[in-house]
Design a protein around this ligand. Structure first.
Ligand SMILES: [Fe+2]
Length: 331
Protein backbone atom coordinates (compact mmCIF):
# COMPACT_ATOMS: atom_id res chain seq x y z
CA UNK A 1 0.00 0.00 0.00
CA UNK A 2 2.78 2.35 0.98
CA UNK A 3 4.57 1.77 -2.29
CA UNK A 4 1.42 2.53 -4.26
CA UNK A 5 0.79 5.69 -2.28
CA UNK A 6 4.34 6.91 -2.86
CA UNK A 7 4.34 6.20 -6.56
CA UNK A 8 1.01 7.99 -6.92
CA UNK A 9 2.37 11.01 -5.06
CA UNK A 10 5.48 11.11 -7.19
CA UNK A 11 3.41 11.57 -10.35
CA UNK A 12 2.71 15.29 -10.12
CA UNK A 13 -0.52 16.45 -11.64
CA UNK A 14 0.13 19.20 -14.15
CA UNK A 15 -1.20 22.18 -12.26
CA UNK A 16 -0.38 25.68 -11.13
CA UNK A 17 -1.76 27.45 -8.06
CA UNK A 18 -2.48 31.10 -8.72
CA UNK A 19 -3.04 33.43 -5.78
CA UNK A 20 -4.61 36.60 -7.13
CA UNK A 21 -5.76 39.89 -5.65
CA UNK A 22 -7.15 41.05 -9.00
CA UNK A 23 -10.91 40.92 -8.79
CA UNK A 24 -11.96 40.18 -12.32
CA UNK A 25 -14.22 37.20 -12.90
CA UNK A 26 -13.06 37.38 -16.51
CA UNK A 27 -9.56 36.36 -15.40
CA UNK A 28 -10.95 32.86 -14.80
CA UNK A 29 -11.93 32.58 -18.49
CA UNK A 30 -8.40 33.63 -19.33
CA UNK A 31 -6.88 30.90 -17.18
CA UNK A 32 -9.11 28.33 -18.91
CA UNK A 33 -7.41 29.30 -22.19
CA UNK A 34 -4.03 28.53 -20.60
CA UNK A 35 -5.24 25.08 -19.55
CA UNK A 36 -6.60 24.39 -23.03
CA UNK A 37 -3.26 25.35 -24.57
CA UNK A 38 -0.94 23.56 -22.14
CA UNK A 39 -2.94 20.90 -20.31
CA UNK A 40 -1.87 22.54 -17.03
CA UNK A 41 -4.76 22.95 -14.61
CA UNK A 42 -5.06 26.37 -12.96
CA UNK A 43 -6.25 26.46 -9.34
CA UNK A 44 -7.30 30.02 -8.54
CA UNK A 45 -7.23 31.34 -4.99
CA UNK A 46 -8.53 34.91 -5.11
CA UNK A 47 -8.87 37.29 -2.24
CA UNK A 48 -7.69 40.41 -0.52
CA UNK A 49 -3.99 41.05 -1.19
CA UNK A 50 -3.03 41.38 2.46
CA UNK A 51 -4.81 38.12 3.40
CA UNK A 52 -3.19 36.22 0.51
CA UNK A 53 0.26 37.57 1.39
CA UNK A 54 -0.22 36.65 5.03
CA UNK A 55 -1.18 33.13 4.06
CA UNK A 56 1.86 32.73 1.79
CA UNK A 57 4.25 34.12 4.43
CA UNK A 58 2.73 32.09 7.28
CA UNK A 59 2.76 28.82 5.34
CA UNK A 60 6.35 29.47 4.27
CA UNK A 61 8.03 26.47 2.65
CA UNK A 62 4.72 24.54 2.89
CA UNK A 63 2.89 27.13 0.77
CA UNK A 64 1.16 25.71 -2.30
CA UNK A 65 1.13 29.10 -4.02
CA UNK A 66 3.00 29.19 -7.34
CA UNK A 67 2.07 32.62 -8.68
CA UNK A 68 1.05 35.80 -6.87
CA UNK A 69 -0.82 38.51 -8.81
CA UNK A 70 -1.62 41.99 -7.53
CA UNK A 71 -2.29 45.50 -8.80
CA UNK A 72 0.04 48.45 -8.33
CA UNK A 73 3.84 48.33 -8.45
CA UNK A 74 3.94 49.72 -4.90
CA UNK A 75 2.00 46.68 -3.66
CA UNK A 76 4.19 44.31 -5.68
CA UNK A 77 7.31 45.93 -4.24
CA UNK A 78 5.92 45.55 -0.73
CA UNK A 79 5.14 41.86 -1.39
CA UNK A 80 8.69 41.39 -2.65
CA UNK A 81 10.10 42.82 0.61
CA UNK A 82 7.99 40.30 2.55
CA UNK A 83 9.74 37.48 0.67
CA UNK A 84 6.69 36.49 -1.38
CA UNK A 85 8.58 36.10 -4.67
CA UNK A 86 11.65 34.34 -6.02
CA UNK A 87 13.88 35.48 -8.84
CA UNK A 88 13.25 33.58 -12.03
CA UNK A 89 14.94 33.53 -15.38
CA UNK A 90 12.71 33.90 -18.42
CA UNK A 91 14.23 35.28 -21.63
CA UNK A 92 10.69 35.53 -23.01
CA UNK A 93 9.49 37.84 -20.21
CA UNK A 94 12.60 39.98 -20.58
CA UNK A 95 12.03 40.23 -24.32
CA UNK A 96 8.32 41.06 -24.07
CA UNK A 97 8.23 43.43 -21.09
CA UNK A 98 10.09 46.75 -21.23
CA UNK A 99 12.67 47.00 -18.41
CA UNK A 100 10.82 49.82 -16.61
CA UNK A 101 7.76 47.57 -16.15
CA UNK A 102 9.46 44.63 -14.41
CA UNK A 103 12.01 43.57 -11.83
CA UNK A 104 13.78 40.21 -11.37
CA UNK A 105 10.96 39.21 -9.00
CA UNK A 106 7.71 40.44 -10.59
CA UNK A 107 6.51 41.37 -14.04
CA UNK A 108 3.98 43.82 -15.43
CA UNK A 109 1.05 42.05 -17.09
CA UNK A 110 -1.00 45.19 -17.89
CA UNK A 111 -0.69 48.96 -17.59
CA UNK A 112 -2.95 51.68 -16.19
CA UNK A 113 -2.54 55.44 -16.42
CA UNK A 114 -3.33 57.81 -13.53
CA UNK A 115 -4.87 60.74 -15.34
CA UNK A 116 -6.84 63.97 -15.13
CA UNK A 117 -10.61 63.99 -15.66
CA UNK A 118 -12.26 67.38 -16.16
CA UNK A 119 -15.55 69.16 -16.69
CA UNK A 120 -15.43 70.47 -20.29
CA UNK A 121 -17.87 73.26 -19.37
CA UNK A 122 -15.32 74.64 -16.90
CA UNK A 123 -11.98 73.91 -18.52
CA UNK A 124 -11.30 74.25 -22.24
CA UNK A 125 -9.87 71.34 -24.15
CA UNK A 126 -6.94 73.51 -25.24
CA UNK A 127 -5.96 74.20 -21.64
CA UNK A 128 -6.65 70.64 -20.51
CA UNK A 129 -4.36 69.21 -23.18
CA UNK A 130 -1.47 71.30 -21.86
CA UNK A 131 -1.88 70.10 -18.27
CA UNK A 132 0.99 68.62 -16.29
CA UNK A 133 0.56 66.98 -12.88
CA UNK A 134 2.70 69.85 -11.62
CA UNK A 135 -0.02 72.35 -12.71
CA UNK A 136 -2.45 70.92 -10.14
CA UNK A 137 -0.58 73.11 -7.64
CA UNK A 138 -1.50 76.28 -9.56
CA UNK A 139 -3.66 78.86 -7.76
CA UNK A 140 -5.93 78.74 -10.86
CA UNK A 141 -7.41 75.55 -9.50
CA UNK A 142 -8.13 76.65 -5.94
CA UNK A 143 -11.11 74.68 -4.57
CA UNK A 144 -11.54 72.83 -7.87
CA UNK A 145 -9.77 69.47 -7.48
CA UNK A 146 -10.97 66.16 -6.05
CA UNK A 147 -8.81 63.16 -5.30
CA UNK A 148 -8.99 60.18 -2.93
CA UNK A 149 -7.07 59.85 0.33
CA UNK A 150 -3.31 59.70 0.77
CA UNK A 151 -3.57 56.10 2.02
CA UNK A 152 -4.56 54.93 -1.47
CA UNK A 153 -1.72 52.93 -2.98
CA UNK A 154 -2.49 54.56 -6.36
CA UNK A 155 -1.78 57.97 -4.84
CA UNK A 156 1.29 56.76 -2.99
CA UNK A 157 2.75 55.36 -6.22
CA UNK A 158 1.83 58.49 -8.15
CA UNK A 159 3.45 60.84 -5.62
CA UNK A 160 6.40 58.42 -5.44
CA UNK A 161 6.93 58.95 -9.16
CA UNK A 162 6.78 62.72 -8.67
CA UNK A 163 9.49 62.39 -6.00
CA UNK A 164 11.55 60.32 -8.42
CA UNK A 165 11.23 62.98 -11.13
CA UNK A 166 11.05 66.27 -9.22
CA UNK A 167 12.72 65.55 -5.88
CA UNK A 168 11.47 65.66 -2.30
CA UNK A 169 11.54 69.42 -1.77
CA UNK A 170 9.60 70.31 -4.91
CA UNK A 171 7.09 67.50 -4.36
CA UNK A 172 6.49 68.69 -0.78
CA UNK A 173 5.66 72.20 -2.01
CA UNK A 174 3.48 70.76 -4.74
CA UNK A 175 1.52 68.55 -2.31
CA UNK A 176 0.89 71.46 0.02
CA UNK A 177 -0.49 73.58 -2.84
CA UNK A 178 -2.56 70.68 -4.18
CA UNK A 179 -4.21 70.19 -0.78
CA UNK A 180 -5.09 73.90 -0.79
CA UNK A 181 -6.72 73.40 -4.19
CA UNK A 182 -8.93 70.53 -3.06
CA UNK A 183 -12.68 71.07 -3.39
CA UNK A 184 -13.28 68.83 -0.37
CA UNK A 185 -11.39 66.63 2.05
CA UNK A 186 -10.51 63.37 0.25
CA UNK A 187 -13.28 60.77 0.35
CA UNK A 188 -14.38 57.75 -1.67
CA UNK A 189 -12.66 55.75 -4.38
CA UNK A 190 -11.46 56.75 -7.86
CA UNK A 191 -14.93 56.50 -9.42
CA UNK A 192 -16.33 58.79 -6.71
CA UNK A 193 -13.91 61.51 -7.85
CA UNK A 194 -15.11 61.22 -11.47
CA UNK A 195 -18.71 61.32 -10.23
CA UNK A 196 -17.96 64.50 -8.24
CA UNK A 197 -16.78 66.25 -11.43
CA UNK A 198 -19.85 65.02 -13.32
CA UNK A 199 -22.05 66.41 -10.53
CA UNK A 200 -20.36 69.83 -10.71
CA UNK A 201 -18.75 69.52 -7.26
CA UNK A 202 -15.28 69.99 -8.76
CA UNK A 203 -13.68 70.80 -12.11
CA UNK A 204 -10.84 68.27 -11.97
CA UNK A 205 -10.48 64.71 -10.66
CA UNK A 206 -7.47 62.43 -10.58
CA UNK A 207 -8.23 58.75 -11.10
CA UNK A 208 -7.04 55.67 -12.94
CA UNK A 209 -7.79 55.45 -16.65
CA UNK A 210 -9.87 52.28 -16.64
CA UNK A 211 -12.53 53.62 -14.28
CA UNK A 212 -14.08 55.94 -16.84
CA UNK A 213 -14.32 53.11 -19.38
CA UNK A 214 -15.83 50.86 -16.75
CA UNK A 215 -18.48 53.52 -16.12
CA UNK A 216 -19.05 54.21 -19.85
CA UNK A 217 -19.46 50.48 -20.50
CA UNK A 218 -22.59 50.46 -18.34
CA UNK A 219 -21.21 47.81 -15.98
CA UNK A 220 -21.65 50.21 -13.06
CA UNK A 221 -25.25 51.05 -13.95
CA UNK A 222 -27.04 53.71 -16.03
CA UNK A 223 -26.44 56.58 -13.57
CA UNK A 224 -22.68 56.18 -13.61
CA UNK A 225 -22.78 55.68 -17.37
CA UNK A 226 -24.60 59.00 -17.81
CA UNK A 227 -22.22 60.74 -15.39
CA UNK A 228 -19.17 59.43 -17.23
CA UNK A 229 -20.43 61.01 -20.47
CA UNK A 230 -20.26 64.48 -18.86
CA UNK A 231 -16.56 64.15 -18.10
CA UNK A 232 -13.53 64.38 -20.38
CA UNK A 233 -10.10 62.98 -19.77
CA UNK A 234 -6.63 64.13 -20.59
CA UNK A 235 -3.23 62.44 -20.51
CA UNK A 236 -0.98 64.80 -18.55
CA UNK A 237 2.67 65.75 -19.13
CA UNK A 238 2.57 65.21 -22.89
CA UNK A 239 5.17 67.93 -23.49
CA UNK A 240 7.69 66.43 -21.12
CA UNK A 241 8.15 63.00 -19.46
CA UNK A 242 4.67 61.62 -20.23
CA UNK A 243 1.70 60.27 -18.25
CA UNK A 244 2.22 58.35 -15.01
CA UNK A 245 1.82 54.61 -15.61
CA UNK A 246 1.32 51.80 -13.13
CA UNK A 247 0.85 48.06 -13.62
CA UNK A 248 -0.89 44.90 -12.62
CA UNK A 249 1.83 42.34 -12.12
CA UNK A 250 2.68 38.73 -11.38
CA UNK A 251 5.61 36.84 -9.92
CA UNK A 252 6.62 33.28 -9.03
CA UNK A 253 6.31 32.67 -5.29
CA UNK A 254 9.37 31.86 -3.16
CA UNK A 255 8.54 28.16 -2.55
CA UNK A 256 6.45 27.44 -5.65
CA UNK A 257 5.92 23.67 -5.87
CA UNK A 258 5.23 24.04 -9.61
CA UNK A 259 7.88 26.59 -10.55
CA UNK A 260 8.18 25.67 -14.24
CA UNK A 261 4.42 25.81 -14.71
CA UNK A 262 4.36 29.13 -12.88
CA UNK A 263 6.87 30.65 -15.29
CA UNK A 264 4.95 29.22 -18.23
CA UNK A 265 1.74 30.71 -16.83
CA UNK A 266 3.20 34.22 -16.49
CA UNK A 267 4.69 33.91 -19.98
CA UNK A 268 1.20 33.03 -21.23
CA UNK A 269 -0.16 36.25 -19.67
CA UNK A 270 2.13 38.17 -22.04
CA UNK A 271 0.89 36.31 -25.14
CA UNK A 272 -1.15 38.24 -27.70
CA UNK A 273 -4.25 36.20 -26.85
CA UNK A 274 -3.97 36.83 -23.10
CA UNK A 275 -3.09 40.51 -23.46
CA UNK A 276 -6.11 41.03 -25.72
CA UNK A 277 -8.33 39.32 -23.16
CA UNK A 278 -6.94 41.41 -20.29
CA UNK A 279 -7.37 44.78 -22.01
CA UNK A 280 -10.84 43.93 -23.28
CA UNK A 281 -12.15 42.92 -19.88
CA UNK A 282 -10.31 45.26 -17.51
CA UNK A 283 -9.90 48.35 -19.77
CA UNK A 284 -6.22 48.47 -18.85
CA UNK A 285 -3.46 49.03 -21.42
CA UNK A 286 -1.48 46.15 -22.95
CA UNK A 287 2.20 45.58 -22.19
CA UNK A 288 2.96 44.35 -25.71
CA UNK A 289 2.67 46.58 -28.79
CA UNK A 290 0.83 44.03 -30.95
CA UNK A 291 -2.35 44.47 -28.92
CA UNK A 292 -4.72 47.45 -29.04
CA UNK A 293 -6.55 48.76 -25.97
CA UNK A 294 -10.26 48.07 -25.64
CA UNK A 295 -12.29 50.21 -28.08
CA UNK A 296 -13.82 52.41 -25.33
CA UNK A 297 -10.33 53.25 -24.07
CA UNK A 298 -8.84 53.51 -27.56
CA UNK A 299 -11.37 56.25 -28.40
CA UNK A 300 -9.45 58.55 -26.06
CA UNK A 301 -6.22 57.98 -27.96
CA UNK A 302 -3.69 55.20 -28.08
CA UNK A 303 -0.52 57.07 -28.91
CA UNK A 304 -0.16 59.26 -25.84
CA UNK A 305 3.29 59.68 -24.35
CA UNK A 306 3.83 57.41 -21.35
CA UNK A 307 6.26 58.06 -18.51
CA UNK A 308 8.97 55.40 -18.52
CA UNK A 309 10.08 55.98 -14.93
CA UNK A 310 10.86 52.54 -13.52
CA UNK A 311 7.80 51.25 -11.65
CA UNK A 312 10.23 49.62 -9.18
CA UNK A 313 10.93 53.10 -7.78
CA UNK A 314 7.31 53.44 -6.62
CA UNK A 315 7.70 51.13 -3.64
CA UNK A 316 11.08 52.66 -2.78
CA UNK A 317 9.55 56.15 -2.57
CA UNK A 318 6.11 55.24 -1.15
CA UNK A 319 6.93 55.86 2.54
CA UNK A 320 8.38 59.25 1.66
CA UNK A 321 5.36 59.97 -0.53
CA UNK A 322 2.94 59.21 2.30
CA UNK A 323 4.96 61.36 4.73
CA UNK A 324 4.84 64.26 2.26
CA UNK A 325 1.09 63.94 1.73
CA UNK A 326 0.37 63.67 5.46
CA UNK A 327 2.56 66.68 6.21
CA UNK A 328 0.65 68.65 3.57
CA UNK A 329 -2.62 67.83 5.35
CA UNK A 330 -3.79 65.36 2.68
CA UNK A 331 -6.25 63.16 4.54
FE1 LIG B 1 -8.40 50.01 -9.30
Amino acid sequence: MLTIALSTASVHAAEVNVFTARHYSSDVELYAKFTKQTGIKVNVISGDAKALEKRIVTEGTRSQADVFIDVDAGNLGAAQRKGIFQKVSSPLLIEKIPAYLRTDYWYGISKRARIIFYNPEKISETIAKQLNYEDLASANYKGKIVIRSSSSTYNKSWVASLIENNGIEQTSKWAKALVENMARAPEGNDRDQILAVAAGKADIAIANSYYLSLMLSGQKGPEQQAAAKKVKLVFPNQNNRGTHMNISGAGVTAYAPNKEHAIRFIEFLLSTEAQQHIVNTSFEYPIIDQVMPNTIMAAFGTSFKQDTTSVATYYNNQAQALAIMKKAGWR
